[in-house]
Design a protein around this ligand. Structure first.
Ligand SMILES: Nc1nc2c(ncn2[C@@H]2O[C@H](COP(=O)(O)OP(=O)(O)OP(=O)(O)O)[C@@H](O)[C@H]2O)c(=O)[nH]1
Ligand SMILES: [Mg+2]
Length: 344
């Protein structure tokens, strides 16, 4: 199963600067020769893989990248300066495809890897270039060559940073839909979700990838229901978002059922960081909320966050809590320099 984040981007390299027509005029030099300099080269468009980006979300906000035009040549044989390059910074693992979205242009698998997507136009020759024995005072210069224009696709296979788990109908897909552009199916019957869905969450100018999986029920680890088939998708996440619906009469029991399945499944799922949330709280009044929160606190050992994906209440707090865990995990994994050597 592939989860793709993709973005269509328009790029254009810079035009070359024009060559210059100029003649040397000096008081005691009778026949000043042509001295028009060449135009500068237009800037290229590059793509570069960098660390610290997980998604292509930035390319949903900015889709046009243009390098600068080269400067025109000038008299006294001065060549114009080259135009500035434009560089698309993308996460490691990004593939660049041609405008058919099929032909691979480059595959950026390592940090720092760069590829030139569009070459800047050459600068035009100034008239000094056209001087010859037969034409000692050429009045011609070339315009700069035009830059290249392309449409490209950026594609990135996403790996979820956070996974939403819970019983069927806990509101997992609703939560995902309320914080990302993902459009999972939502309905009031169990097992609405048959495949995991992914979305990109943006919170406080940072971003992470959130996955929603089918609901878990008792016996899921033995293949009851369908949730177990997809637990593998949350194995590589850094944090679990465990939703317990406020519609549950026994929230502690609902919480324990899911925890038991995680433990039985193994693969480190039970040891993963977990943010516990009482979801759909908009259906309850104050007293009922307190009651359910108290029961859940007892089962979990700490107070749950109270959230309603329907009204947005508490949602930002959940996203921030997830982001904190993800960032801490990323920091712990980042290579550090010890005695001049990089350690993983
Ligand atoms: N009032 C209210 N209803 C909600 C909220 N979140 C979800 N629901 C409703 O609860 C039902 C189940 O929501 P889903 O998001 O499909 O639940 P799920 O956990 O993805 O369910 P499965 O995919 O079947 O495991 C739907 O009818 C939703 O409209 C909420 O915050 N408030
Ligand atoms: Mg669902």
């Amino acid at each position: 199963m592939k989860f793709l984040d993709q973005a269509k981007v328009h790029i254009r390299s810079g035009d070359g600067g024009a060559g210059c027509v100029s003649f040397l005029h000096e008081k005691f030099i009778e026949f000043g020769g042509p001295d028009g300099g060449d135009g500068g080269r237009g800037g290229d468009v590059w793509v570069e893989a960098v660390n610290g980006l997980n998604t292509l979300i930035d390319y949903r906000y900015k889709q046009h990248f243009k390098a600068k035009t080269g400067m025109h040549g000038m008299g006294r044989n001065r060549t114009g300066a080259g135009g500035a390059h434009a560089t698309l910074k993308v996460p490691v693992g990004t593939q660049v495809m041609a405008d058919d979205n099929e032909t691979l242009i480059c595959d950026l698998t390592e940090e720092g890897q760069r590829f030139r997507l569009a070459k800047g136009g050459n600068g035009g020759f100034g008239n000094a270039h056209f001087k010859s024995s037969t034409n000692r005072a050429p009045r011609r210069a070339n315009p700069g060559q035009e830059g290249e224009e392309h449409v490209i696709w950026l594609r990135l296979k996403l790996i979820a940073d956070a996974g939403i788990i819970g019983l069927p109908n806990a509101g997992k897909s609703t939560f995902l839909a309320s914080v990302t552009a993902a459009k999972p199916k939502i309905a009031d019957y169990p097992f609405t979700t048959l495949h995991p869905n992914l979305g990109v969450v943006r919170v406080d100018a940072r971003e992470f990838v959130l996955a929603d999986i089918p609901g878990l029920i008792e016996g899921a680890h033995e293949g009851v229901g369908i949730g177990d088939r997809f637990l593998g998708h949350v194995e590589r996440t850094r944090v679990l978002l465990h939703l317990v619906s406020a519609q549950e009469e026994d929230p502690a029991g609902a919480y324990r059922t899911v925890r038991k399945e995680l433990e039985a499944y193994g693969h480190g799922l039970a040891e993963k960081a977990e943010i516990v949330v009482l979801s759909q709280v908009d259906i309850l009044d104050e007293a009922a909320r307190d009651e359910l929160a108290r029961k859940l606190t007892k089962a979990v050992g700490r107070a749950p966050l109270l959230v309603s994906a329907a009204t947005g209440e508490g949602v930002q707090d959940v996203l921030r809590a997830l982001m904190r865990v993800i960032e801490a995990a990323q920091l712990a994994e980042a290579p550090v320099e010890v005695d001049g050597r990089w350690q993983q």
